[in-house]
Design a protein around this ligand. Structure first.
Ligand code: HSE
Length: 439
């Protein structure tokens, strides 16, 4: 049987994990692939950095042409990350006849159409299980296992770093910066952790899932997103008092007006499955019209969980399964009919938790309530704890709203934030409601 030679391009955290699986478990992987699988090359500009795997001699190179110029290499794994040079590298690899496996959600969310069109023209495939949900097989689940269904909604924790940070803050009252540093040390965070904490990483992953599940072509930048970078330990305490945990949720929901999409820190009812997702875990709740509710839970970031998904894609590609699904799914293709368009983000309704830092003086509450009222936003409750006189006279004020369109809330906050009695640091979060089902 012909040996399937594979290459890794990008020898960082995930690349080392993939190399470990391929080198240390070659026999198992070959058995699952039905023929010998051999790591033939690893490409990275940094030849000296220590990694937690010792490669067989001569494998590591900084020269991509050792892969593009070797016709025996069938599959290349792109683990460079980011947009460039990753995009150029994938195009070169496709041109040289390689099938691609990638974990790069930013690349797919930004250049999916170009890369998939190129692969189709060249008769190659691109597999991307590791791009969403780390080790959770959500791409295969939505693309294949749930294909009898019309997916109705996806409600998900898609960023392990944010969930890790929120868990540290909630359980240990640990400060935000220390939690970010720890997430980076553990290899969960992106090279630029801003993408993790400002909701961009989750929005990119949501755009991929929305395309797969609903055929919706949406630019991830058009998905309204709020990050966790404004959340304070105090918000987690208020939420707890109200019976909620805070999670960075990515939501896609099919309604008659189209597909509702948003990423936002969300108050999730305690005792529901999503509220119990801790640390770097991700979870994805999918509702399909035939299957009902399905819940996926697993490590969404980190070396070996992500490597697990990458190597599964490698095996699928070697077996030939990827080529079949790649062509039938017609992802990021102009030929694929757009089945559902995204709903105008401003019209997407929700209940909101708002926290303001305000002067503790008469009339302030009336000013805020007036601004909300002018935008037709109804107040459900107000929390202001009695405090000792603050030295600077600034106190937190929490307002929970009834259901209102996102655009109206955003506009009301723009107005409120300009008031002289309102100080920096306004927080806006969604509040999960009846859609949170208990076990
Ligand atoms: N940085 C990502 C996360 C992992 O924290 O979830 C890779 O997608």
């Amino acid at each position: 049987m012909k040996t399937a030679k594979v290459a890794i391009v990008g020898f960082g955290t995930i690349g080392s994990g993939v190399a470990r699986l391929l080198v240390e478990h070659q026999e198992r992987i070959s058995r699952h692939a039905g023929r010998p699988v051999q790591l033939a090359r690893v490409v990275d500009p940094d030849l000296s950095r220590p990694r937690n795997i010792t490669l067989p001699k001569g494998l590591l190179t900084d020269d991509l042409s050792k892969v593009t110029g070797d016709p025996d290499i069938e599959v290349a794994v792109e683990l460079v990350g980011g947009l460039e040079p990753a995009r150029t590298i994938v195009l070169k690899l496709l041109e040289s006849g390689k099938n691609i496996v990638t974990a790069n959600k930013a690349l797919l969310a930004e250049h999916g159409q170009e890369l998939f069109d190129r692969a189709r023209k060249l008769g190659r495939s691109i597999a991307f299980e590791a791009s969403v949900g780390g080790g959770i097989p959500i791409i295969a689940a939505i693309g294949q296992s749930l294909s009898a269904n019309q997916i109705q909604s996806i409600r998900a924790i898609l960023n392990g770093t944010s969930n890790f940070i929120l868990t540290q803050m909630e359980e240990h009252g640990r400060d935000y910066a220390a939690s970010v540093a720890e997430a980076q040390r553990l290899g969960y965070a992106e090279a630029n952790p801003a993408m993790d904490v400002n909701g961009s990483d989750a929005a990119q992953k949501l755009a991929i899932l929305a395309h797969l599940a609903f055929g919706t072509k949406v630019n991830w930048k058009a998905i309204p997103r709020i990050g966790i970078d404004t959340v304070e330990v105090a918000d987690l305490r208020y939420a707890k008092e109200l019976g909620y945990s805070i999670k960075l949720l990515a939501v896609a929901k099919l309604v008659p007006e189209g597909l509702e999409l948003h990423v936002s820190p969300t108050l999730v009812r305690q005792g529901t499955p999503l509220a119990e997702v801790r640390g770097a875990y991700n979870a994805i709740r999918v509702i399909g019209d035939a299957v009902g509710q399905v819940f996926f839970h697993g490590l969404g970031a980190g070396q070996m969980p992500t490597a697990s998904a990458v190597v599964a894609d490698l095996i699928d590609t070697v077996v030939g399964r990827t080529a079949i699904t790649f062509h039938t799914l017609e992802l990021w293709s102009n030929d694929r009919r757009t089945l559902v368009t995204a709903r105008d983000p401003d019209s997407v309704p929700g209940r909101f938790y708002l926290r303001f830092n305000v002067d503790d003086t008469p009339g302030v509450l009336a000013e805020l309530a007036g601004a909300l009222g002018r935008h037709n936003i109804s107040i459900a409750s107000v929390i202001q704890h009695e405090t000792e006189e603050e030295a600077d006279g600034v106190v937190p004020l929490v307002i929970m709203t009834h259901t209102a369109p996102e655009g109206a809330v955003r506009r009301a906050l723009d107005e409120i934030n300009r008031l002289s009695c309102v100080h920096e640091g306004t927080v806006r979060m969604r509040v999960g409601g009846s859609e949170e089902t208990h076990r």
